[in-house]
Design a protein around this ligand. Structure first.
Ligand SMILES: Nc1ncnc2c1ncn2[C@@H]1O[C@H](COP(=O)(O)OP(=O)(O)OP(=O)(O)O)[C@@H](O)[C@H]1O
Ligand SMILES: [Mg+2]
Length: 211
């Protein structure tokens, strides 16, 4: 299986002196094509930091990280551009991203894929939380990504909507074959993904593969 991003013995230290926080301490991790992973661990255990290292948003203080392909993000709140419609939010991501990935769908097709053909012209303020999160997923896929890094993508959604957004992610993942890493507090989200990696104080405390 192709490795999309990996890190070896990665530590991340934020701040200095008395304010120093060791967010990751010697983490080894691999994200592989076609695989779904849940990153678990209580608040402050380092989940977001690990996603940021994998996506290249944070440089490790020590250790090695390498990406072999493009990664995109889905955040806890959709973070859409407020003055642009659903269509424009997706189209914008596509325009600023490189070509040459494996997803060759236009904004309309991507929004159709996430079940929002009827919401193309709506502004983010006119969308429900679940709809906004689906636009964020379409936007992430518009970047022709092979690795989707999701930071508590259903954290602000009710349990029904959260289940629907997750099913959508799984369906897209099966169809498009990208690697999926989801940081979550929610055991019901984690149990739907193939591999579980649990962080504790910046270290990997447990790894399990779903039967
Ligand atoms: N920019 C920063 N500056 C200083 N410390 C930080 C910064 N970002 C995170 N931290 C600290 O690093 C540790 C790990 O944070 P991180 O955000 O990775 O945890 P998390 O597992 O994602 O938590 P949560 O479940 O609450 O989102 C925490 O102790 C946090 O306070
Ligand atoms: Mg976090």
């Amino acid at each position: 299986m192709t490795v999309l991003a990996w890190c070896r013995d990665v530590s991340v230290v934020y701040g200095r002196g008395d304010a120093e926080v060791r967010a990751l301490a010697g983490v080894d991790f691999e994200a592989r094509e076609g695989e779904t992973v849940a990153l678990l661990g209580r608040s402050g255990s380092g989940k977001t930091t690990l996603l940021h290292v994998l996506g290249g948003l944070v440089e490790p203080s020590s250790g090695v990280v390498e990406r072999t392909s493009r990664a995109s993000y889905v955040f806890q709140s959709a973070n859409l551009l407020p003055h642009f419609t659903a269509f424009e939010n997706v189209a914008f991501a596509q325009n600023v991203s490189h070509r040459g990935g494996r997803v060759h769908l236009g904004p309309e097709e991507l929004l159709e894929l996430v079940g929002l053909s009827h919401r193309l012209d709506q502004l983010p303020g006119e969308l429900s939380g679940g709809e906004a999160q689906r636009v964020a997923i379409a936007r992430a896929l518009a970047q022709e990504t092979r690795l989707l890094l999701c930071d508590e993508p259903t954290g602000h959604l009710d349990s029904d909507t959260s289940a629907r957004v997750l099913s959508l992610l799984e369906e897209l993942q099966r169809e498009l074959g990208f690697g999926l890493v989801v940081a979550t507090h929610d055991p019901s989200v984690a149990s739907r993904l193939e591999r579980e990696v649990e962080l504790h104080d910046g270290r990997i405390a447990r790894e399990a593969v779903e039967a």
